[in-house]
Design a protein around this ligand. Structure first.
Ligand SMILES: [Zn+2]
Length: 404
């Protein structure tokens, strides 16, 4: 059964419009999304997105607006600042940060919000979570979906190149995330749902094939990218978690951030994910080239490894996060026995959802996006180390648990 993503969006109460231009249509779009009576509408932008699109929307909607300072940060202070304006509904005009801020502020006030994306840079427009920093810790918080996502392709195509490359990077991890999620399912019978991937399939191949056209401002390919990002968000809603879009490759990037934090703020999320996806794809190929086997480690060795790498302050919270996975050890013997018969069938099933590392690398290269650690301010040694310890930061079982 094939469901179109717009049909799915409608079922989830989110109206999607994607057009070459949305000039003069904002009033109609907002009314159709059911926000017409939630006055006053407050448009939230920063100085860059105000110029790119906000200015035009303010004129069209004749609404109050808020221009956040130059590089706004998705933290609780800014969320409170927006809530204090007491709007009837929020209209986010921007990408990752502004979307997260409006999503979370409106969620806390139980008010609706809609978004006019200004860059196809990440997959959070249609997710129900917001990434907000509280007391210096970046957290993924439950929030809600926007009532509307209105994409003006001429605006998206004019976004800074690095933001477009970043959106491609965040889309690249579909195969590595799918293989990780399926691995856990095939070994431990954890939940798995192919629907998020069958929704993406009609767009991915063409997007990857024509990735070079993204930076040439081709609106047809920009459209494929924004659809891929929106559908990836819906996939997380359907799955009830980020499983289909965030596995080993995200764990590695998060580990790098935890360990080397501030030095890396220059790189965008999707740029990091592009690089870690290549690493993860190589690692999956390596693991799949031999029979699978689950190896146990002594508890003291694990604790020493964690405190040695993450340091004493973080060691306890990392061990707590890992512990849920550690208790899977009791199933290892049974699984290793089963693998003696089923190993080939399991590896074949996993192979089928992957794309070769060289193919993924080619996609990034076509779009001029970073492919190497050094392109984004990392070094190879730190990356290899982070990959080794990334299995400890979350209870998600991935291919990382099968190496080292
Ligand atoms: Zn991501």
């Amino acid at each position: 059964m094939h469901i179109h993503f717009k049909e799915l969006a409608k079922r989830l109460g989110c109206s999607i419009t994607i057009a070459r231009s949305l000039a003069d249509r904002s009033r109609e779009l907002i009314t159709n999304a059911g926000l017409g009576n939630n006055t006053p509408l407050l448009l939230v932008c920063d100085s860059v997105t105000y110029e790119a699109l906000g200015k035009r929307l303010v004129k069209e909607l004749d609404s109050p607006f808020l221009i956040l300072n130059d590089t706004p940060y998705a933290n609780m202070e800014t969320v409170s600042f927006i809530r204090a304006k007491q709007a009837g509904a929020l209209i986010a005009v921007g990408s990752g940060t502004i979307n997260d801020l409006c999503k979370y502020a409106s969620f806390l006030d139980n008010k609706p919000y809609a978004v006019f994306p200004t860059a196809p840079s990440m997959n959070g427009y249609c997710s129900a979570n917001a990434s907000i920093t509280i007391h210096g810790h970046k957290q993924t918080l439950a929030a809600h979906l926007p009532k509307g996502v209105f994409c003006d392709l001429s605006v998206l195509a004019a976004a800074p190149t690095r933001l477009i490359q970043s959106g491609l990077g965040d889309s690249l991890c579909r195969p590595t995330a799918q293989a990780d999620w399926l691995l856990s399912h095939l070994l431990f019978a954890t939940s798995y749902d192919p629907l998020p991937f069958s929704l993406l399939a009609p767009y991915e191949q063409e997007l990857f094939h024509h990735a070079d056209k993204l930076i040439a401002g081709d609106t047809n390919i920009i459209k494929l990218l924004i659809i891929t990002l929106l559908v990836s968000g819906f996939g997380m809603v359907i799955a009830g978690g980020s499983y289909p879009a965030s596995q080993g490759e995200h764990l590695i990037a998060h580990t790098m951030e935890m360990q080397h934090g501030n030095a890396l703020q220059e790189a965008y999320h999707g740029e990091q994910i592009g690089v870690t996806t290549l690493f993860m794809a190589g690692l999956q190929q390596q693991v799949l080239s031999k029979p699978l086997y689950l190896k146990k480690y002594a508890n003291t060795d694990i604790q020493n490894a964690i405190s040695g790498y993450f340091g004493r302050t973080l060691a306890k919270s990392v061990y707590d996060a890992y512990h849920k996975k550690h208790i899977l050890y009791e199933k290892y013997d049974g699984i290793n026995e089963r693998l003696q018969k089923e190993d080939k069938a399991i590896r074949d099933a996993l192979y089928r959802v992957t794309l070769h590392e060289s193919v993924l690398r080619g996609v990034l290269q076509k779009a001029g996006a970073p492919t190497q650690a050094k392109n984004i301010g990392w070094n190879d040694k730190e990356l290899v180390q982070a990959a080794r310890y990334a299995k400890y930061i979350r209870d998600r079982f991935t291919f990382i648990d099968l190496i080292y």
